[in-house]
Design a protein around this ligand. Sequence first.
Ligand code: SAH
Ligand code: SF4
Ligand code: F3S
Length: 475
Amino acid sequence: MKDVRTDGQPKRVFIRTYGCQMNVYDSDRMADVLRPLGYALADGPEQADLVVLNTCHIREHASEKVYSELGRLRAVKTERRAQGRDLTIAVAGCVAQAEGEEIIRRQPAVDIVVGSQAYHRLPELLAQVARKAAGSETGRRQPGAGVLDTEFPPESKFDHLPSPQGMRAGSAFLSIQEGCDKFCTFCVVPYTRGMEYSRPVAAVLAEARQLVAAGALELTLLGQNVNAYHGEGPDGSTWSLGRLIRAIGETPGLARLRYTTSHPRDMDDELIAAHADVPQLMPYLHLPVQSGSNRILEAMNRRHDRDLYLRVVDRLRNARADLAFSSDFIVGFPGESDADFDDTMRLIEQVGFASAYAFRYSARPGTPGAALPDQVPENVKVARLAALQALVGHQARRFNESKAGATVPVLFAEAGRKPGQIMGKTPWLQSVYAQGNPRLFGHIVDVRLIEGYANSLLGEIVVGPHVIGPYEAAA
Ligand code: SAH
Ligand code: SF4
Ligand code: F3S
């Protein structure tokens, strides 16, 4: 069955993505699920018949953004109905999972609430909405009567999704693991994404081959806790991430491989060895530490101390000398003193990060951290965040400057800021701007780096460049 509008135009869906890369992957897969129903992608809500907000619950600010966007969509829907047409509004992702029916109570214009593990059921949910509308006197679904599916279904969504179609100029995400059993005391992910689940090796390898055949030169393996991966191998044994990476590295035509996000505790020997042995594995690793204070790490239930983190960093650098690190930090976790914060600053100085993300602690309902005494005042969090960002900003600039003069392969992906410029990524995930032809999007080209700045580098494509193109084109 294809949904076609009464004016004969194809239906359009607009998907807005909040939060992490796993949500980016899920949004692409939702587009894949909706395509067979006749939905083409729209560039904005104004052109869309269906809007999906794929939401993030990680910090309070992220959740609240969803409700303000829903307010705007409600106005679009009202206007649309005045013109005799309709707009279907769906909320997916982690807010949907965490708040469920509360969303429909707060915003009755919402038609569908679908959890992070149930979006393969979107076609059925759309059909339910259509049935409700057909059964009502006005031919419209009544406000507040939206449909809901936030179960963690017994089946895995991955077994019920069509082949991936989404592709960003030469680079693709591949979710291999979902959920988390670590229960850090600040974090909602174990509640919004559920128990740890690893996709079987055969399914991952097949998807990797498909993505490369569709033009991907680079794959980023995704999981909330990706190095906790323990998928079933073809021989029935359990494979670690290190072993999986070795196998994916053999995919013909694959030039670059990355994985994110890892936990320091799950950095095992096999994975560290893969950094030495698998040439496609890029020399850049996001390894969140959150805090440099043992007291705070314990209160966060991180199950590692600062020494373990520093040891892991050393071992990885021994495996691959040019490996650069990024991390996540939370400032102002309950009970964090000036001395604890100093420990974090000293850890940053000791490691030297190529980039980092830092957040003010946000108390999340239902997590143990929210109930702790000694919540840190907001003005203290703001000051610590500024100090930390200044330090990592300085380190990032130094790292970028250190690459000036080198010639490195860059995977070009999109237009740059200035006329004639294109933008791409180095092996260390730095953004590089250079004069170049958009034909190079989705290709890896040698670039001489001229100058490094706070967030990017300027480069020039070398004359007679060595170009690596998509596998199919090369074959
Ligand atoms: N799986 C990843 C993190 C996923 S959430 C890991 O284990 O590191 C991404 C980042 O958001 C976290 O690393 C943390 O720094 C931040 N974060 C999570 N919950 C938060 C909260 N309640 N307040 C502030 N930052 C938070
Ligand atoms: Fe959240 Fe901790 Fe799990 Fe990361 S390891 S997803 S921070 S609970
Ligand atoms: Fe946000 Fe959910 Fe990702 S809470 S960070 S979208 S796993």
